[in-house]
Design a protein around this ligand. Structure first.
Ligand code: ZN
Length: 369
């Protein structure tokens, strides 16, 4: 049943406890960890995007000690609950001391993985036990997030998105305990990101915020974060070099503020369609958003044209024709995986959103992608 009302109040918000921002900030990691290493629990678990397994120069040498584990996380697929469970198995099966800290270094996938591992190590059970709202019972292991890609806002949010392949549910552990204890925001770390990836993920921040500001459920806190995040994204993506030192710093801040914005508001029409593409066609979140945005002229006319301007400036290509030749069953699955996201759709279109987003209309929109 479609709920008629959304909660628009500001709940008792938990933000990231601490953050360092600035070029070279990653060098502070060793000192931060040494404050948390104890005699009985000295182990730090580093979860690092596997891109850095062969490009370690891009993050410099990590303060990994003898008692620690360094695990490279594959970012080929977005996290599944099964993957998280396997990782827990791997981390705990070698009889080492208790972990005193988890460090996630990477994009949204790696940061979300670090959050989930931290919660599971102290709460026990399986990842799928905690998919939902406020199901995590006790604080996770102290966790440090170090983003190497800007836009998803994963560094700021109280969730970690995972897909449960048994029931097809893509849902995170929404909990105050999922929030990072410490962030290191070092714009030097996004220097080597491929241009198209940089654009797609940067657009995630912009899309979060334009959706929030276009919705009917608003509040002054969410609006303020969104307005400033959009302003920074505009400076970055209207400039001649979106990846200059200054622009990478600005986008890192825009990503953080965008994450804070969605924590107190709702997204709109783009994210549900993007989720459909991710669930049915395995397309990663940020590029899926950009693909969906290309069919959103009727819902966000002004932003659609602004988006085309960003594309022209950056000369990045958005994949197209991805829904041509799909089967009827795939279109039905796309419709269902889109329409299930009631909260953002109510925010954007009102409680009767299904009158607008009919199965035929949804299919037409997908056919344009
Ligand atoms: Zn997003």
């Amino acid at each position: 049943m479609v709920s008629k009302k959304l909660n628009t109040g500001i709940n008792n918000v938990r933000n990231v406890s601490r953050y360092i921002f600035g070029q070279g900030a990653i060098q502070e990691l060793g000192d931060i960890l040494s404050m948390h290493r104890g005699p009985m629990d000295s182990q730090v678990i580093f979860l690092v995007d596997n891109y850095f397994a062969t490009n370690s120069h891009a993050i410099g040498s990590l303060p990994v000690e003898h008692s620690d584990q360094l695990i490279y996380v594959s970012t080929e697929d977005e996290p599944t609950t099964e993957f998280i469970d396997q990782l827990i198995q791997e981390i705990t099966s070698n009889g080492r001391s208790k972990a005193c800290a988890i460090v996630g270094i990477g994009g949204g996938i790696t940061l979300d993985t670090a959050k989930a591992i931290s919660n599971l190590l102290t709460n026990g059970g399986r990842a799928s036990d905690y998919q939902g709202w406020d199901l995590v019972k006790v604080p996770g292991v102290y966790k440090v997030g170090i983003p190497t890609l800007s836009g998803t806002g994963a560094e700021a949010t109280r969730t970690c998105v995972m897909t449960n392949q048994e029931n097809g549910i893509k849902l995170g552990m929404n909990s105050d305990y999922t929030v990072f204890d410490q962030l290191i925001l070092d714009p030097d770390l996004t220097k080597t990101v491929p241009r198209d990836q940089y654009f797609y993920s940067g657009m995630d921040a912009w899309i979060h915020c334009i959706e929030a500001l276009s919705g009917s459920y608003r509040n002054p806190v969410g609006d303020s974060y969104s307005i400033q995040s959009i302003a920074l994204c505009r400076e970055v993506f209207n400039s001649e070099n979106m990846m200059s030192d200054d622009n990478r710093a600005k986008l890192m801040v825009a990503s953080y503020l965008g994450g804070c914005a969605i924590a107190t508001s709702y997204v709109g029409v783009v994210h549900p369609f993007s989720a459909g593409l991710s669930v049915v066609l395995d397309i990663h979140h940020c590029v899926a958003n950009c693909i969906a945005m290309m069919a959103m002229e009727s819902y966000y006319p002004q932003h659609y044209h602004e988006f085309l301007g960003f594309i022209e400036k950056s000369k990045v290509r958005i994949p197209n024709s991805i829904c041509s030749g799909l089967t009827n069953a795939q279109f039905v699955a796309l419709y269902q995986a889109t329409i299930v996201h009631e909260k953002p759709l109510i925010n954007a279109l009102g409680p009767e959103f299904k009158n607008t987003l009919t199965e035929i209309h949804v299919r037409e929109l997908f056919e344009r992608m």
